[in-house]
Design a protein around this ligand. Structure first.
Ligand SMILES: [Ca+2]
Ligand SMILES: [Ca+2]
Length: 224
């Protein structure tokens, strides 16, 4: 008996029912149906005006990309400036009848100053936070919804860095949040030397081309 392979490559995203029937030489018939879900990939760009950096002196910068790291000492007693990065994605444009299979955030590391990856700071780790409709001084310490989701970058290569954020996106949707928002920080935020050790990721506002802007890549499938 010859085996047959069904070619499903041309199925559009959505739910499909496939029914197969077979007949033998005595005229008997068998039937079987299966339901196939075809997933699709969506890409969301970050929200301009809601991405940037906040430092431990409460300064907000939404113009110079997404900075993470440390810098000159200030205050009394003096301590290094510590900078955290922020990026936000609007979830309201997602279709309502889909389930998130996988979500991945990608940011382009475009600049490095000092030696952030060689001074014991660890990598750039990501928290899921809710910092609302504007980036403010207090967001530096916004409570983490999910703390330390993973490491976005552990090296100085200037390239797209990605991290699986499926849980954060699912949680945001389950709680009917209109956005999923992330805070970037080094695992150890200061080395105490008063020198700049920092990285900058491209923001939508700073990116030379739209393709370099932060993106949230989603694999979605229709709800069963
Ligand atoms: Ca805020
Ligand atoms: Ca330093």
């Amino acid at each position: 008996m010859a085996s047959r392979i069904l070619d499903l490559n041309r199925l559009s995203p959505g739910l499909h029912t496939i029914t197969l029937s077979a007949h033998d030489s005595d005229g008997r018939e068998g039937r079987a149906s299966i339901t196939v879900r075809v997933a699709t990939q969506l890409e969301l760009k970050s929200e301009t005006g809601l991405e940037g950096s906040v430092d431990n002196a409460r300064r907000v910068d939404t113009k110079s990309g997404i900075g993470v790291g440390n810098g000159p000492k200030l205050g009394q007693p003096p301590r290094e400036q510590v900078v955290r990065g922020f990026v936000s994605f609007d979830l309201t444009t997602l279709p309502k009848d889909v389930e998130i299979i996988e979500a991945r955030v990608e940011l382009f590391q475009k600049d490095i100053t000092g030696d952030p990856y060689f001074k014991g700071l660890g990598g750039v780790v990501v928290d899921a936070v809710d910092y609302g409709p504007s980036l403010d001084a207090d967001d530096f310490d916004a409570p983490a919804l999910l703390e330390g989701i993973g490491t976005l970058s552990d090296n100085g290569l200037l390239e797209f860095k990605g991290l699986d954020v499926t849980e954060a996106v699912k949680t945001a949707l389950a709680n009917e949040r209109s956005r999923v928002q992330f805070r970037l920080r080094f695992g150890n935020e200061t080395d105490g030397d008063g020198n700049i050790d920092a990285v900058v990721f491209e923001a939508a506002t700073s990116a030379a081309t739209a393709s370099m802007a932060p993106k949230l890549i989603l694999i979605v499938a229709p709800i069963r």
